[in-house]
Design a protein around this ligand. Structure first.
Ligand code: SF4
Length: 117
């Protein structure tokens, strides 16, 4: 099985990232994280072409993440370490496919480290 065209091992890596993120936040933040996952996944299922980046765009975004100081390469997560206030905490192989914007572009555009460059 290849969820959204990605290897199935990625699904288990994603689960570890979610467990990490949920363990470090308050219950209302957990609810917000779960709601945003449902929202993004629902959009991707209902309108897959509009809601997901194509392979070329996905590769471009992932290249930006690999160079980004916020990116945790070991966990492939947009947060340098658990508990950090930097990053959205997303598992990037999926988020680069489904998200519309990058955390750095939204929160520190003056640094030019995000997907917009
Ligand atoms: S801030 Fe943007 S570029 Fe950096 S890891 Fe997160 S999504 Fe990727």
């Amino acid at each position: 099985m290849r969820p959204f065209g990605l290897k199935s091992e990625r699904f288990w890596d994603w689960e570890i990232t979610i467990e990490d993120e949920l363990g470090a936040v308050l219950w209302r933040d957990k609810l917000n994280i779960i709601l945003s996952i449902i929202k993004v996944a629902g959009r991707a299922i209902l309108r897959p072409r509009k809601a997901t980046a194509d392979r070329k765009e996905w590769r471009r975004r992932m290249k930006c993440c690999y160079r980004c100081p916020v990116y945790n390469k070991r966990r492939q997560r947009c947060r340098p370490f658990t508990g950090s206030v930097l990053g959205c905490g997303c598992y990037m192989p999926y988020a680069a496919l489904l998200k519309e914007t990058c955390w750095a572009d939204d929160n520190m555009p003056e640094e030019h480290i995000g997907w917009k460059g």
